[in-house]
Design a protein around this ligand. Sequence first.
Ligand SMILES: [Zn+2]
Length: 78
Amino acid sequence: MTFWIRINPQGCVEGSVYASYLDEDSTRGAHAEFVPDRPTRLYEAAHGWRHERVDRAEWKRRAEPCLLGDCQHRQVAA
Ligand SMILES: [Zn+2]
């Protein structure tokens, strides 16, 4: 199983979607799934937002703590 994850400029994963769910299995397709508005996507791409394709093991390691609010990124912010 493969996922796309959405990573904010602080390195925290804010969302994920199944790769098979996307119309276009690419960085662009993933970004469009999270952010339908194109000007917003251009802004985000220029300001450190990233989208990465990960397998289940990597999803569990990198995305799950963030999505549960249990990662080091949020502890630094709080
Ligand atoms: Zn995080």
